[in-house]
Design a protein around this ligand. Structure first.
Ligand code: 13P
Length: 258
């Protein structure tokens, strides 16, 4: 039995233009009346378009419950950081959330736990809710290091955050080997890591904080595997990549969440 309201989040990555963002948002808004509820509350849904499509998406979502977020940000308030975007800029573009430390950013752009932690502090200070991504590579899993890697990333990324701040944080467990590969973690594999993460949060913070925090699974979530993953009481939602670019597929994942 689920106690935490699921969050289904669509990470569009570097796909589509503003016209496509508008179209996809409109398609989701028209499907939203049919989305399920838990204890009378509709499941949370959020989309994360590329930066330049945020205004179009914001306009299309303005009369809906669908939350808008960004895929990254810089930790500074403003300044000489060519090519970067601040939390305050994201807020004025209509964002309420931001994805931090996605494995593609860690692997392709050199992001570290320390950098993710700075961004998390800045996001929270500005009033943005971060989704902090954590996950091991295939080599790390196969050499039995999964829990050590997860623990290290949690410790580094959440360093210095208070219990109150953690209430505004979502964790996404995204095993690197399952992202964009079609190779989805089994419910048992995902559930085991989610329980490990919650146990770590309980030991580092407290039971209420651990019970309250949402831990999403991400990595090849599709309409046909969402129901079994999301039925696990330790999996509080999904961070969806490829399948979130198709309104029917994303809608089916949302409907499978409760
Ligand atoms: P896919 O769903 O395309 O595997 O991507 C997962 C992901 O990276 C979401 O952030």
């Amino acid at each position: 039995m689920k106690t935490r309201l699921p969050l289904i989040a669509g990470n569009w990555k570097m796909n589509g233009d503003s016209a496509r963002a508008r179209e996809l948002c409109n398609a989701l808004v028209s499907r939203s009346p049919h989305w399920p509820t838990l204890n009378g509350q509709k499941v949370d849904v959020a989309v994360f378009p590329p930066f330049v499509s945020l205004p179009a998406a914001h306009e299309a979502l303005k009369d809906s419950d669908i939350v808008l977020g960004a895929q990254n940000m810089h930790e500074a308030v403003s300044g000489a950081y060519t090519g970067e975007v601040s939390a305050a800029m994201l807020l004025t573009a209509g964002c309420q959330m931001v994805i931090l430390g996605h494995s593609e950013r860690r692997q392709l752009f050199g992001e570290t736990d320390l950098g993710v932690n700075r961004k998390a502090q800045a996001a929270l200070a500005a009033g943005l809710k971060p989704i902090i991504c954590i996950g091991e590579t295939l080599a790390e899993r196969e050499s039995g290091q999964t829990n050590a890697v997860i623990e290290g990333q949690l410790r580094g990324s959440l360093a210095g955050l208070t219990k109150e701040q953690l209430q505004k944080v979502t964790i996404a467990y995204e095993p690197v080997w399952a992202i964009g590969t079609g190779r989805v973690a089994t419910v048992e594999q995902a559930g085991e890591v989610h329980r490990f993460m919650r146990g770590w949060i309980e030991s580092r913070f407290d039971t209420d904080t651990a019970n309250g925090i949402r831990i999403l699974y991400g990595g090849s979530v599709k309409a046909d595997n969402a129901r079994s993953l999301l039925a696990n009481p330790d999996i509080d939602g999904a961070l969806v990549g490829g399948a979130s670019l198709n309104a029917d597929e994303f809608d089916a994942i949302i409907r499978a969440s409760v």
